[in-house]
Design a protein around this ligand. Structure first.
Ligand SMILES: NC(=O)c1ccc[n+]([C@@H]2O[C@H](COP(=O)([O-])OP(=O)(O)OC[C@H]3O[C@@H](n4cnc5c(N)ncnc54)[C@H](OP(=O)(O)O)[C@@H]3O)[C@@H](O)[C@H]2O)c1
Length: 203
C-alpha cells in the first residue's frame, strides 16, 4: 500500500515508518521539517501538501506536540489550550476533510489520540478534551465516508521511551515499536469508526 505518515520524525512516527517500510509498504514520510512539509496547524499547508500528493491508500497521522495541552487547570495557558485544539484536533479533522479525494476507495485514515480519552489523570484536561473529541469525530465520520473508505483512532498509553525521557520508570508501558504494531494492525484490519488500543493496554 502507499501510505502517508504525518509526524514521521517523531518517537511514534519513526517506529511506524520503520515497521511499514519493513513490511513492504511504500511510505511518504512528512512533518513540518521535511521536504515536502505539512503543518497540521495550517490549512494552507495541508492543502498544498495534498495537491502535490496524488492518490494514496492510507493517511496515518502520528503528529502533534508530545505532552501538548498538559498542565493543571491553574497552570494551562490560553496558548497551550489553543494550540493543542488547533493542531491535534482541528488539524487531524482537516486532514480527513481535505484528504477525501487523496484516499482511494477502500483506503483508510488513521488518527492519533491518547489514553487520556479513557483514563482520568491530573494535568490532562485539555489533552483529554482533544482525544475524546477526536474519537467522537472518528465514530461519526466513519458513517459519512464513501466507497469503502475507513477511519480509526489509535489511543496509545504513554510510550516507554517518552516516560524514561522524563525520568520515570517506563517498564509497564509499551515501547514505540510495540505501539507501531498497533498502527499496522489498524491499517491491515477491516475495522472502521472505532478506537484502537495497544495490546495489553485496553481501558
Ligand atoms: N509519546 C507518548 O507517550 C504518546 C502517548 C499517547 C499519544 N501520543 C500522541 O502521539 C503523537 C506523537 O507523539 P510522539 O511522542 O511521537 O511525539 P514527538 O516525538 O514529539 O513527535 C511529534 C511528531 O509530530 C511532528 N509535528 C509536531 N507538530 C506538528 C505539526 N503542527 N504539523 C505536522 N507535524 C507536526 C513532529 O515533527 P516536526 O517537529 O518535524 O514537525 C514529529 O514528527 C502526539 O499527538 C501525542 O499526543 C504520544
Amino acid at each position: 500500500m502507499k501510505v502517508v505518515i504525518i509526524g514521521s520524525t517523531g518517537l511514534i512516527g519513526k517506529a511506524v515508518a520503520a515497521l511499514l517500510t519493513d513490511k513492504g509498504h511504500e511510505t511518504v514520510q512528512v512533518s513540518r521539517t521535511t521536504q515536502p512539509s505539512v503543518d497540521l496547524g495550517d490549512l494552507t499547508s495541508i492543502n498544498s501538501f495534498y495537491k502535490s500528493l496524488g492518490e494514496v491508500d492510507a493517511i496515518i497521522c502520528v503528529a502533534g506536540r508530545r505532552g501538548g495541552g498538559m498542565g493543571s487547570l491553574a497552570e494551562l495557558s490560553d496558548e497551550a489550550i489553543e494550540s493543542v485544539i488547533r493542531e491535534k484536533l482541528v488539524g487531524q479533522v482537516n486532514l480527513v476533510r481535505h484528504g477525501l479525494v487523496n484516499v482511494r476507495p477502500d483506503g483508510i485514515f488513521i488518527l492519533t489520540g491518547g489514553m487520556s480519552a479513557y483514563t482520568s489523570l491530573p494535568n490532562m484536561s485539555a489533552g483529554a478534551m482533544v482525544n475524546t473529541g477526536l474519537e467522537g469525530f472518528v465514530r461519526h465520520a466513519a458513517l459519512d465516508l464513501q466507497d469503502g473508505r475507513r477511519i480509526l483512532i489509535v489511543h496509545s498509553p504513554p510510550v516507554r521511551e517518552a516516560v524514561i525521557q522524563i525520568g520515570m520508570d517506563g517498564a509497564r508501558f509499551p515501547n514505540a515499536a510495540t505501539v507501531a504494531e498497533t498502527y499496522l494492525m489498524a491499517l491491515e484490519s477491516k475495522m472502521t469508526g472505532q478506537p484502537i488500543f495497544v495490546e495489553g493496554h485496553r481501558p
